[in-house]
Design a protein around this ligand. Structure first.
Ligand SMILES: [Zn+2]
Length: 440
């Protein structure tokens, strides 16, 4: 395969030495920018005693402090709507995305015109790498919580975008039947649900004419039996892609060799691996494992330095026959307890907060029951045991009310099981909100 197969060969086949030099220059500019414009980083870098002058070589960046998602959330609560990490004029924010947060209150991610363009570039490279071509018409079946507009940008740049949304099965089927869709973007677990929906309507999945599914948001696409089952059911290819609403909508994609997702966002973000326990840098080489940490290199709205993604990854390769030089990863899981239910992040502490809001009918003590290992264990309805006071509320009404509020606030479907007070275990230090029943 030749380099012409890349969307942007200059970026995607850049040699390591040139990339490191270029990244160092960009990092210096990004650090200068946040020190001039972001109160959040003025405070953080000031406290750590770090300035642009410390960046004499790329390795020195590992001495800079991390940015945690919780800090961004707190910053946004204290300085709404965008937080003290906003580094541009609020009027220059042209697009706003939201992600679900631990409190059930979303966090807002703003993009300027230039930010939209750089995220589009990363998404276009990624989808092209994963096989998107001009003849593809792509229904977008992802939740509005995630960065669907950046994906739509990429589809419109290369092929044809057909926005559909989640829980719109009949509209999706119509897109294939009448708009001649032939590809699909969805979470990795969605295709098998879609197959069930088709079966209940007596439609053969292979009759849709689906050529390629771009799956992400969940580890499923990289699990061989899940991939095989989806490809056999639809008679198509399933390609894994990945990104994140905080650092870049789409930055990782498999090429036709499918040995791991290539890093695709050269010049837009700088990825690092760290030991999640010590924070020490982990060298990027075949087989290395660690938490992914990402830094924006040219972001105007909310630049992030050393953002801890909580994605635990393994490096699958550092060379590939396709000619792309971006190293490959496979996502092993999350470094915290978060559930990903149909592509929506669900934090157990947020679930507890919603349940606690029903006091005095509940006392806030709950336990999420995962009956299988994720990603299967995250399948809705999520089974949750909740302690309740039988005197304070009628059980059927309370169960329905909690399920409805979880669905409304945290966008996932739960199956609440009410249990008597003191039925669930108590913890002295940190409550274990998730029970891994298959280990019990
Ligand atoms: Zn490749």
């Amino acid at each position: 395969m030749t380099h012409a197969a890349c969307w942007n060969p200059g970026a995607e086949t850049i040699d390591a030495h040139t990339l490191a030099r270029h990244t160092l220059n960009q990092l210096r500019q990004q650090v200068d920018y946040v020190l001039a414009r972001s109160p959040f980083y003025q405070q953080k870098l000031g406290a750590a005693g770090r300035t642009t002058a410390d960046l004499k070589q790329l390795e020195a960046f590992s001495e800079f402090p991390f940015t945690e998602k919780a800090e961004l959330r707190e910053s946004q609560l204290a300085t709404p709507p965008f937080g003290a990490h906003l580094a541009c004029d609020p009027q220059d924010v042209r697009r706003v995305y939201s992600t679900s947060g631990t409190t059930g209150r979303p966090t807002y991610i703003g993009l300027t015109t230039r930010d939209i363009a750089s995220w589009r570039e990363a998404a276009v490279r990624s989808f092209w790498c994963a096989g998107l071509r001009p003849e593809h018409r792509v229904p977008v079946v992802v939740s509005p919580f995630v960065v669907a507009a950046s994906y739509a940008d990429a589809f419109e740049t290369i092929g044809t975008c057909i926005p559909v949304g989640v829980n719109m099965t009949d509209r999706l089927i119509d897109a294939f039947r009448f708009a001649k869709a032939n590809a699909m973007l969805c979470t990795s677990s969605y295709p098998l649900h879609f197959a069930q929906a088709l079966a209940s309507r007596d439609i053969d999945p292979r009759s849709l004419g689906l050529k390629v599914i771009f799956g992400g948001g969940e580890p499923g696409a990289s699990i061989p039996w899940v991939r095989q089952q989806i490809e056999d059911t639809f008679g198509c290819r399933l390609m894994e892609v990945s990104g994140n609403g905080d650092y870049c909508a789409m930055a990782w994609a498999e090429c036709e060799h499918r040995i791991g997702m290539h890093f695709m966002a050269q010049g837009i973000i700088h990825p690092e691996l760290i030991d999640p326990d010590t924070g020490a840098p982990v060298k990027i080489e075949d087989g290395a494992r660690g938490e992914l940490v990402c830094t924006s290199l040219q972001r105007e709205s909310q630049p992030l330095l050393r953002f801890r993604t909580r994605d635990h990854v393994e490096v699958t390769h550092t060379r590939c026959h396709c000619g792309r030089t971006g190293f490959g990863i496979r996502i092993i899981g999350r470094t915290d307890d978060m559930l990903i239910v149909r592509g929506v992040n669900v934090y157990p502490s947020a679930v507890r907060d919603v349940i606690a809001s029903f006091a005095p009918a509940t006392n806030g003590v709950m336990e999420i029951q995962l009956h299988k290992a994720p990603p299967e264990g995250w399948e809705p309805p999520v089974h949750i045991k909740v302690e309740h006071d039988p005197q304070a509320a009628d059980a059927a009404g309370l169960k329905a009310a909690i399920e409805a509020r979880l669905r409304e606030k945290l966008i996932f479907r739960a199956d609440i099981e009410l249990v008597p007070p003191l039925a669930l275990p108590r913890y002295e230090y940190k409550a274990q909100l998730v029970k891994k029943c298959w280990l019990a």
